[in-house]
Design a protein around this ligand. Structure first.
Ligand code: OAD
Length: 258
């Protein structure tokens, strides 16, 4: 467990004008949402997520893919934001501009109180038409699964980005712009293996920003990151905030019990 934060990072964070935070599945791990590339449990242990998260898989096995996302929806509904989520809400209050970009589809950042979140891979609590009708309310007890789109009758699907699909253009453009304009980027809980999201820390570094990786394990980014904080999001982030701003009077930090 990490107990110290590099002193030069504290100074850079204190004076940062624009901070970007990129989060991945590891950020939600301590809320009880399994990551992608660590051991899967239960019913789905024998599947590789990539085999379920493609348009081809949905076309071949719509019921199985629907059920997998229904299972994840239940898991996410039971999950609660942790101290790391709350630390990001606090960080947004402390720095002039914070852009939060997530690859997660669980909505936990929003549930923790983050108002603006750039969702690169969609959100599994939403569904949309497999054709072109757009998003639709999730039917409560449909007769068939996947339920049909109320407009055109094609199946509804989770509103997430699958392998082989393009990311939402607006979200990607905003994320790219923020990464190129920030002075400090945090890459937290992501293996930085899946592009284009994995390129965002590189965009920031190439534009002259500093990059902090928060992850218990090494990733391909570790070599280039300015600082690597080896630990878990729920403990590293509150510690980072406490060390950075603890001495400020009149601005109490939120406690884990809030
Ligand atoms: P991965 O499952 O690839 O990586 C999770 C990372 O989080 C790993 O590097 C872990 O070491 C780290 N980690 C685990 N627990 C942590 C903790 N408590 N605190 C901090 N870090 C922790 O997840 P992503 O990088 O998010 O895409 O995967 C990227 C994309 O690949 C996903 O959005 C998904 C997936 O396939 C799509 O579905 C399109």
């Amino acid at each position: 467990m990490i107990s110290t934060i590099p002193g030069d990072l504290l100074g850079v964070l204190r004076s940062a004008r624009h901070v970007v935070v990129l989060t991945g599945a590891g950020f939600s791990a301590e809320s009880g949402v399994p990551t992608f590339r660590e051991a899967q449990t239960g019913l789905w242990a024998r599947f590789r997520p990539e085999e379920l998260a493609t348009p081809e898989a949905f076309a071949r096995h719509p019921r199985e893919v629907w059920d997998w996302y229904a299972w994840r929806r239940v898991l996410v509904a039971k999950a609660r934001p942790h101290a790391g989520h709350r630390a990001l809400v606090e960080l947004a209050r402390r720095v002039p501009t914070l852009t939060l970009i997530t690859q997660n589809v669980d909505g936990l950042h929003q549930r923790s109180g983050c108002r603006e979140v750039i969702e690169l891979h969609g959100n599994l609590t939403r569904v949309r038409c497999a054709g072109t009708c757009g998003t639709s309310p999730l039917p409560e007890s449909p007769d068939t699964l996947p339920p049909p789109c109320p407009c055109c009758g094609q199946p509804l699907r989770p509103d997430v980005v699958w392998f082989g699909e393009s990311l939402p253009a607006d979200a990607l453009a905003q994320a790219w712009q923020a990464a190129g304009a920030c002075d400090l980027l945090f890459s937290i809980g992501t293996s930085t293996l899946v592009y284009p999201a994995a390129a965002l820390p590189e965009v920031a570094l190439d534009a002259g920003a500093s990059v902090v990786e928060v992850n218990p394990d090494e990733t391909p980014l570790s070599r280039r990151a300015t600082w690597c904080l080896r630990g878990k999001a729920a403990s590293v982030l509150p510690l980072l905030l406490e060390r950075t701003w603890a001495q400020e009077k009149g601005k109490p930090l939120q406690s884990d019990d809030d």
